[in-house]
Design a protein around this ligand. Structure first.
Ligand SMILES: Cc1ncc(COP(=O)(O)O)c(C=O)c1O
Ligand SMILES: N[C@@H](CCCC[NH3+])C(=O)O
Length: 432
């Protein structure tokens, strides 16, 4: 039962905002244990320095090349994080009217927003036209017709860029792969040129660019190169026909280290994109990217408390107060998330499955981890800044966690912990 003596400092995926000082985990200049006692658990903690650094690495890698970094809001849509990125100069990739209103509420300019998604409703298209977004990334021919018809009625011209499905394997989890022919996303490669020709003939449509996004958590450059070259072939063919684009949007998708992945650096990723443009003499094109995970994943942790140390017949369970409703990635994608102690304990360690209190066997955060813990100890799920809080739910009437943004020695509560009564606030009992 007793394994090894846990004395080593666990490795963290990215040391920008999070590091151990002695035995204690810190977010920038604050001990995470102090944040947990101040705000309770489960608690999302984000380091602003990691977000800032990631954004600036992208920005600097572009050098003088005209570019826009359109942060993909779905990764982490907290107003404070969107606001921080807006102040750094980011634009935004949104996929719903809600996300559009959210970025405007956070202080972003609608003219710096691109709107992606296969199912934009009439109400969302109307809202986006009223607000004056930078462009729609259109994903089908019927969507083009619908946007044109709404723009006509409003007496507007709609800026559009076509999201192309290049039929390229992103070599990632099938649920987060989006650029294969059988995925629902984008316009089929072969249909793209006829669609542009048709769009160019519509007076309500203003063609601005071309777009592709082939998936998420991509850890090699080759899928980006394969997709990029195919898109640039289209740009060249369009130019021959007199359809001149202003921008090319290579989408997001750059992976991060959760465990031992070695994704390309942000710099290498951008150099690859710019290299492709230069080789084709297309350097005048404004270059857009839509990163989400690679800006926020390693800028956040999810702090939880051990409720029970439950020794099973065949397994030990560390039952914690965070669950699949707080962090769904393990359940959705069998994703490996790091789990580290907030204060390192010296002593005998055992092998645990780290699980939540929800009534589902899929409610696990990590499996087979060697930990030295006691009831009441704090653990941190690492790399939790992306697709954590933004995918959370209230399943089992569990109030969502609080969120805190740390800057040096200062912590700011950027979302209060929900109260149970918040959860039924919109519900009504019919009168008998
Ligand atoms: C259209 C679009 N752009 C950008 C992103 C951001 O992807 P990532 O978080 O992998 O950078 C996504 C999500 O995969 C997306 O669907
Ligand atoms: N939710 C996914 C990423 C999806 C990207 C959306 N296009 C994840 O947690 O890995």
């Amino acid at each position: 039962m007793t394994d090894t003596l846990q004395t080593q400092i666990p490795s963290l995926p990215d040391g920008v905002s999070f590091a151990y000082r002695g035995d204690a985990l810190y977010c920038e200049d604050l001990p995470v244990s102090e944040l947990a006692s101040r705000y309770g658990t489960p608690l999302y903690v984000y380091g602003q320095k990691a977000i800032r650094t990631a954004y600036q690495e992208y920005d600097q890698a572009f050098g003088e090349h005209p570019h826009s970094i359109m942060y993909s809001v779905k990764a982490n849509s907290n107003l404070a994080i969107v606001n921080l990125l807006a102040r750094l100069g980011a634009g935004f990739d949104v996929v719903s009217g809600g996300e559009l209103l959210r970025v405007i509420a956070a202080g972003a300019e609608p003219s710096r927003v691109v709107f992606s998604g296969v199912g934009k409703t009439d109400a969302e298209i109307t809202l986006a036209l009223q607000k004056g977004i930078r462009c729609f990334n259109i994903e089908s021919i019927p969507e083009l017709e619908q946007i044109a018809s709404i723009a006509r009625k409003m007496g507007r011209r709609a800026p559009v860029s076509v999201r192309v499905n290049p039929n390229v394997d992103a070599k990632t989890h099938p649920y987060i792969s989006t650029g294969l022919r059988n995925n629902k996303f984008g316009v089929a490669y072969e249909q793209t040129l006829p669609l542009y020709r048709h769009a160019a003939a519509l007076p309500e449509i203003e063609i601005t660019g071309i777009d592709c996004h082939i998936g998420s958590q991509i850890t090699e450059l080759s899928p980006f190169k394969d997709a990029g070259e195919k898109i640039l072939d289209l740009v060249a063919k369009l130019a021959e026909e007199g359809i001149v684009l202003r921008h090319i949007d290579f989408g997001g998708g750059l992976g991060v280290r959760y465990k031992d992945e070695t994704p390309p650096s942000r710099k290498a990723f951008i150099e690859t994109l710019l290299g492709m443009l230069e080789r084709r003499g297309m350097s005048r094109l404004d270059c857009l990217i839509e990163p989400g995970r690679s800006i926020v994943a390693n800028a956040g942790i999810l702090v939880c408390s051990v409720i029970r140390d439950k020794t099973g017949e065949t397994k030990n369970f560390a039952v914690v107060d965070a669950a699949m409703n707080d962090m769904g990635r393990p359940m959705f994608y069998q994703a490996w998330m790091g789990v580290v102690p907030v204060k390192i304990r010296r002593g005998d360690s055992r092998c645990y499955d780290v699980v939540g209190p929800i009534c589902e066997s899929g409610d696990w955060l990590a499996r087979q981890r060697t930990l030295c813990i006691r009831q009441g100890d704090l653990l941190a799920v690492t790399s939790a800044g992306a697709y954590g809080m933004s995918m959370s739910s209230n399943y089992n009437t569990r109030p969502r966690a609080a969120e805190v943004l740390v800057s040096g020695e200062q912590a700011f509560c950027i979302r209060e912990r929900e109260k149970p009564e918040d959860l039924w606030r919109l519900e009504h009992i019919p009168q008998p």
